[in-house]
Design a protein around this ligand. Structure first.
Ligand SMILES: Nc1ncnc2c1ncn2[C@@H]1O[C@H](COP(=O)(O)OP(=O)(O)O)[C@@H](O)[C@H]1O
Ligand SMILES: [Mg+2]
Length: 477
């Protein structure tokens, strides 16, 4: 295999680090490992932890691809060619951007237009399509794009009489222009990464559903396409196989590829593995964004996900109209850019509500000491001097503000409400204990006297006493 020129943003495979050996190529890391057997065990261990998508040394290097579509609509002619009954709109004004390193899930109820959208993005449907499709910011050239992408269909079409290794060799021979040794290495590498080595010599007809799906992916991985489309890859698979397939897609995305996949109703665990969601209903987009923002966004639209409910089920129910005919509202919101702005708006709203709450807190922290001191000062028959009275109030306000700030600090630094309710009193006790009310300064052991200086309550006590004309030396209370 030739050493190809380095490209920026390229898909994971470190071809630049390969050195040509007789009959094939080895990565520098592998060569060094062979020279230093003592390091083998340690590095071998690390290598095993590398995700599937990141450990292909022999795949050809490809550039990363961002796919963008703007205002895409799709209509078809209904009826027979000689008796057309009219136009049917399958997709309406869809826009979005799917970037490299992202696992994108196109979701929606059956018939929502998921497969249609993916066929259009993959370049399989053009007639009747309106709108722009951009690849890395430039208009898509369908022919070139087809070469840099692959499409794994819902039904795997595999040759039943070939074993996975034979099928892979056929695929490698058809797609790659390399020596036989390199192709064999590559096939081994992909089969290992996809967990197909154990069944490499089993006929495809005898493979399980999950193995068939992984073989279909393996066959497409041979020329390392930077964009991969999957149409309902988990349909018909058991939960373990579903998990294997989705985590494999996730690893492939981590390797620098753009993975776009339609999925009907994933479990909560699988749902969380997606980096981006594109949710369709009746050919319209009702949500585009990340998984964690979905539920807060729906809440802003007046739709609350019931507790302990799978968010994936919830959004499919919303899209199916179980919560009322909300699609036009949600569609309008997406068109108006609310989805993308939502996160930013939430942050802004959180900031402004935080500032408001702080003002309220500090206002209360000032009003309460004023009220308290105004009563206590006169009740205890303190000298009727304005300066002393004002100083007394000012010191009390300062104490309240410091206490308030410390409370906020504890709240912000704590990981949960329980932790905060524990840390708050625990930190407040020494402040009170060494404030002078309970223990005289001179009776505190030397090594603990520093804690008395840290107590802000004690500082206020001292100042108050000072304001009542006591001598500083008397103030070691
Ligand atoms: N060639 C076609 N002629 C008429 N209707 C079609 C055609 N292809 C798709 N449809 C309709 O378009 C809708 C979306 O189809 P599809 O994209 O396959 O849905 P999904 O993959 O979300 O289940 C469905 O209602 C389907 O019946
Ligand atoms: Mg479909």
């Amino acid at each position: 295999m030739d050493n190809k020129a380095l490209e920026p943003d390229s898909v994971d495979i470190p071809m630049e680090e390969t050195v040509v050996c007789s009959g094939g190529c080895l990565s520098l890391a592998q060569t060094q490992l062979q020279q230093e057997p003592s390091m083998w065990a340690h590095l071998n261990k690390v290598e095993n932890q590398i995700t599937d998508g990141q450990c292909f040394f022999h795949l050809p290097k490809r550039s990363a691809v961002d796919l963008e579509f703007i205002d895409v609509s799709y209509t078809i002619q209904e009826g027979l060619c000689w008796k057309k009954t009219g136009l049917k709109s399958l997709l309406q004004s869809l826009s979005g951007r799917f970037c490299s390193r992202e696992l994108v899930g196109i979701m929606g109820p059956s018939g929502a237009g998921k497969t249609t959208l993916m066929n259009i993005l993959a370049g399989y449907r053009e007639k009747g399509t309106k709108g722009q499709i951009l690849v890395n910011g430039k208009p898509r050239d369908r022919k070139t794009f087809r070469k840099m992408s692959c499409y794994i269909m819902q039904e795997d079409i595999l040759l039943p009489h070939l074993t996975p290794r034979e099928a892979m060799m056929v695929s490698a021979n058809l797609k790659l222009d390399e020596t036989l040794e390199v192709k064999k290495n590559l096939v081994d590498e992909i089969l290992t990464a996809l967990g197909l080595l154990d069944c490499a010599h089993t006929r495809t007809a005898a493979l399980s559903g999950g193995q068939c799906k992984r073989l279909a992916i393996a066959l497409e991985l041979v020329n390392n396409p930077p964009v991969m489309f999957f149409d309902e890859p988990t349909s018909g698979l058991d939960s373990v196989s579903c998990y294997q397939v989705v985590s494999l897609m996730h690893s492939l995305a981590l390797g620098g590829r753009t993975i776009i996949c339609t999925i009907h109703q994933p479990s909560a665990k699988l749902f969380e593995m997606f980096d981006k969601l594109y949710i369709l209903s009746q050919g319209q987009c009702i949500y585009k964004g990340s998984v964690p923002s979905l539920i807060p966004y729906m809440k802003t639209m007046g739709l609350c996900c019931p507790t302990y409910h799978n968010p994936a089920d919830f959004i499919i129910e919303v899209a199916s109209g179980e919560y009322g005919e909300l699609n036009p509202v949600l569609f309008e919101a997406v068109q108006g850019g609310m989805c993308t702005l939502e996160h930013r708006r939430n942050l802004c709203a959180a900031n402004s509500s935080m500032v408001g709450t702080m003002f309220l807190f500090y206002f209360i922290s000032m009003i309460c000491p004023i009220m308290y001191c105004s009563i206590v000062y006169w009740m205890t028959e303190q000298p009727p001097e304005a300066s002393r009275y004002l100083l007394f109030i000012a010191l009390s306000i300062c104490t309240a503000l410091v206490a308030q700030s410390l409370g906020l600090l504890v709240g912000a630094a704590s990981t949960s409400l329980q932790v905060a309710t524990f840390i708050g009193p625990v930190t407040a006790i020494p402040v009170l204990l060494f404030s002078g009310f309970f223990v005289n300064f001179n009776t505190i052991p030397n090594y603990l006297q520093w804690s008395s200086y840290v107590s802000y309550v004690r500082c206020v006590n001292l100042r108050n006493i000072h304001s009542h004309n006591y001598r500083w030396t008397d103030m070691k209370i």
